[in-house]
Design a protein around this ligand. Sequence first.
Ligand SMILES: C=C(O[C@@H]1C=C(C(=O)O)C=C[C@H]1O)C(=O)O
Length: 361
Amino acid sequence: MADKDKLLELREAIDQIDRQIVRLLGERFSLARRIGEIKRQSARAALDLSREKEILSRIIDLNAGVFPEESLKAIYGEIINTCRTAQQPMKVAYLGPEATFSHVAAINFFGQAADFVPLEAIMDVFEEVESGRCQFGVVPVENSIEGTVTSTLDAFSEYRLKICGEVYVPVAHDLINQTGRIEDIRKVISHPHALAQCRRWLRKHLPSVPTEEASSTAYAARWAAVDPSIAAIASSLAAKTYHLQTVAAHIEDFRGNTTRFLVIGKESPRPTGRDKTSLIISLADKPGALFATLQPFARRGINMTKIESRPVKGEPWRYLFFIDILGHIEEEIVREGIDEMSESCTHLEWLGSYPVGDLPR
Ligand SMILES: C=C(O[C@@H]1C=C(C(=O)O)C=C[C@H]1O)C(=O)O
């Protein structure tokens, strides 16, 4: 057969497969909608992360190895995210404006099909979810260089919301402006953290150009979009969103900079087999109080991944402790550990159990 005929034949086979894929995607979407109706009748949550995890690992096993695994995961992730929206409108509040790293985290967790609502402050995100105007919210909780985002921790003691998931986002900073030319830059604008994280690069490449602080990297990008003399340090999503060009990518002085985000909602997901549990406790004012509260986990071999103290507002020198442990509250060993812990603290609140997020590679 001539090359031309062979090409036509193979392309016809691909067209045929695409028709099947699109038909099957529609069928999958309709089935998800029917499942959604049953869930509604029985007042079950639409989002079922443990079922999603089962599906994803089965899909990876089914793959004969020809199709690259990371791409398969990404495609399937997006299919599942879209099928979720057949069951429930996924309205997701995040710390805006558009193209912040919170937005990147929200897209990573909920896919492109969700309805994203940018808000001005972390408190607003909690408010929007508590009021039910959004089903979920995404807020930053910790950066690997700058440490804890204290306003997020503080909001947990004011709102009765649960953690539904965590997302780790690599923080890569790009220098962006209208032309992509370094010669056009008269001022560099960004969030103080981003400026601090790119200090050495700026000193080397733009030594005489002044910098100015903005309330977020995305605001800085918005600014650059209306002023050709300004460059912003922001995410590549910000460059795309505000139609800017990249002068230089990855200008951060330290690689591996990562931010952990929390997904908040009204209820926590079921166990998936690899989960984390978050708690807030307060202690009696006596020697060994913290030691006594943590012992129930140590004895059971439960790994504590984080402990952080925050002052109690209006009660000087009293503290709340935020604790993360590995495991789900529905696992007996975790439940018992928490029950025993509650005997030695003055207050204990379960913030949620949720799947452990993947660390960026
Ligand atoms: C379809 C379902 O609902 C949602 C969508 C899923 C999917 O598209 O595979 C899986 C779990 C749920 O988050 C289901 O529960 O089976």
